[in-house]
Design a protein around this ligand. Structure first.
Ligand SMILES: NC(=O)c1ccc[n+]([C@@H]2O[C@H](COP(=O)([O-])OP(=O)(O)OC[C@H]3O[C@@H](n4cnc5c(N)ncnc54)[C@H](O)[C@@H]3O)[C@@H](O)[C@H]2O)c1
Ligand SMILES: N[C@@H](CCC=O)C(=O)O
Length: 561
């Protein structure tokens, strides 16, 4: 129907083992049924972040992409088996189409899995080049306009992180496939392992806040031989659709990844109710992941395989400041972490612990720096942040600001205003709390609201315990201290309090292959996107033992009379 012709590397090949001539079967040439994986050696590097200085080539190209996208409308369809499916109410009434997509993906998987890994890798590397070149500014412009990201926030997401995910996962897949189990007597017995895609289909359910995450969730399972239904977020449709189109242009065949924008619960019901569900690759909030997990649990007796459940969820990320910390680093790191992209990164700092001895300087620095931040249209290159994603987010975030205004334990020391007359704009807001367990210090807000607890310098130990125990999350955290003995101690005390831990650096901004990302506890299954092991989550390994010596007896030597 479609797909590539398997190349020689997937045909049966022979292994000439006569170099082991001293062995029992000295001159015998052994025929193995397992093909030798032949994947060209290549290495990859992180995609450089472009500067967008006035007059630069990338800035001119981005401005022109913004202009063209902002005065056009693009209809984003469902795409099943490569065909665009139109519906009068595509978002809500797609149950039939989802069922069709499940069928197509599960069928396509069988064929796609026969395509040698080296051919798949070639497609991925080509796609990464398309993203880094021809389509870089279209991806960035769609992310800026659709998700309200500034230039730099789009560049690190929809350009660099996306390209890195695609390139590094191809590299990791190649490295993983080199593994050979031990074969102590290779002329008699040869052990090998092959990686199969998961039988059935994988549902990739992505969040609004990172274009790159959508690409990673959908296309890493596909790289490893899975068939995928990709449900993008309603509020990241255009940028995600562009990824789909680029991957298709690079050579991903129809049906392997099916692009299925849909109402969340409708999609969730359909996939968890299918016997062919092989896995869910989710990133988003805790309630959504818990819902998917619960539904999967309810249906467990109906599945053909145990579905793999991978979910990267929310956080309540901390900055802990020790009395020995460098104040300037603390101030700049906290402003960036708490307020960039309106605090809508799962890694954003939203609770901070400052010693009384440094509070005066840190407070002054935070307020002065915050006052410099421009909140405005992301197409104006001097804007620090744009609007928050939608009305729901606006209501949730401003409810915390209103709570801060009313609560006797809380004081807003900077910001606190918001306005939705023309977009959902919220000022970066700094709150001080007298109560370190106040709900503003424990619940995920996912907006530009930072709350600070000022602690007595002699209560460091209590603070470390509090950080570890006062929220259900464990995503990211940062400790600022020049005292390296304390750093060593804190790293042990806070071992379980985050999946990504920063020393004298902000809690955001992980880079693929440099800081593989993910948290534990209620922050997720911690499968470390951007790390070397992630590809294996989407493969079903098969161990193969081949015996070349006839079995002449059933009798063990010690039994002989
Ligand atoms: N840990 C991480 O790596 C990471 C990264 C990015 C975002 N996040 C988290 O994501 C959240 C913000 O993203 P969001 O607002 O898009 O999250 P969300 O949970 O609202 O939505 C995520 C996705 O799930 C879909 N969905 C909603 N209900 C569903 C259901 N019943 N069945 C199936 N799909 C359903 C949505 O349509 C969307 O595509 C925050 O909590 C943030 O911390 C975590
Ligand atoms: N990986 C990103 C966060 C992704 C979640 O939103 C960071 O490290 O800042």
């Amino acid at each position: 129907m479609y797909f590539f012709t398997p190349t020689t590397s997937s045909r049966i090949s022979s292994r000439d083992l006569d170099f082991c001539s001293n062995f029992l079967l000295a001159t015998r040439s052994v025929c193995s049924v397992v093909p030798e994986p032949k994947i060209e050696e290549f290495t990859v590097k992180n995609e450089p972040v472009l500067t967008y200085l006035p007059g630069s080539k990338e800035r001119c190209e981005l401005e022109s992409a913004l202009k063209s996208l902002s005065c056009s409308t693009e209809e984003v369809p469902l795409i099943i088996g490569g065909e665009k499916c139109k519906s009068n109410n595509a978002r809500c009434q797609v149950m039939d189409q989802i069922q069709q997509a499940i069928k197509v993906a599960s069928e396509a998987q069988k064929c796609w899995d026969t395509v040698p890994l080296r051919e798949r890798i070639k497609i991925w590397l080509k796609a990464a080049d398309l993203m880094a070149g021809k389509y870089r500014q279209v991806l960035n412009a769609a992310t800026m306009l659709g998700q309200s990201k500034t230039v730099i926030q789009a560049e690190i997401d929809s350009a660099c992180e996306l390209i890195d995910f695609i390139r590094f996962n191809a590299y990791y897949a190649k490295e993983v496939s080199k593994y050979k189990p031990v074969s102590p007597l290779p002329q008699q017995t040869l052990n090998s392992m092959r990686y199969r895609g998961l039988e059935g289909f994988v549902a990739a359910v992505s969040p609004f806040n990172f274009t790159a995450i959508g690409g990673n969730l959908a296309y890493t399972p596909a790289l490893m031989g899975c068939g995928v239904l990709w449900k993008p977020s309603d509020t990241a449709l255009l940028s995600n659709y562009i990824i789909y189109k680029i991957m298709t242009e690079a050579g991903v065949p129809p049906g392997v990844v099916n692009f299925v924008p849909a109402d969340g619960p409708v999609f969730g019901k359909a996939i968890t109710g299918s016997p062919d569900l092989a896995g869910i690759n989710f990133t988003g909030s805790v309630p959504t992941f818990n819902w998917l997990w619960t539904e999967t649990g309810k249906n467990v007796n109906g599945y053909k395989n145990y579905p793999r459940l991978i979910g990267e969820c929310g956080g309540k990320n901390y900055h802990f400041v020790h009395p020995s910390a460098d104040v300037e680093t603390v101030v700049n790191g906290t402003i960036l972490s708490s307020f960039e992209f309106c605090g809508q990164k799962c890694s954003a700092c939203s609770r901070m612990y400052v010693p009384e001895s440094l509070w005066c300087k840190i407070k002054e620095g935070l307020i002065a720096t915050r006052d410099l931040l421009k909140v405005g249209d992301v197409q104006e290159f001097d804007s620090f942040i744009g609007a928050v994603i939608d009305d729901k987010a606006y209501k949730r975030i401003t409810s915390y600001i209103e709570h801060a205004k009313c609560s006797p334990d809380l004081e807003i020391i900077a910001g606190g205003k918001y306005d939705d007359k023309c977009g959902y704009f919220i000022e970066p807001t700094i709150v001080v709390t007298k109560n370190p367990k106040e709900r503003i210090m424990t619940e995920e807000i996912f907006g530009p609201v930072l709350t600070i607890y000022v602690y007595p310098d002699n209560k460091i130990e209590e603070m470390l315990t509090l950080i570890d125990t006062s929220t259900p999350y464990a995503l990211t955290g940062a400790v600022f201290a020049q005292d390296m003995e304390f750093q060593t101690y804190a790293m042990e005390k806070l071992k379980l309090a985050s999946g990504n831990y920063y020393v004298n650096d902000k809690s955001t901004g992980s880079v693929v292959a440099q800081q593989p990302f993910g948290g534990s506890r209620m922050s997720g299954t911690n499968d470390k996107a951007g790390g070397p092991h992630y590809v294996l989550k989407w493969a079903s390994p098969q161990s193969i033992k081949e015996t070349f010596v006839p079995l002449k007896t059933w009798c063990y030597p010690y039994m002989a009379k």
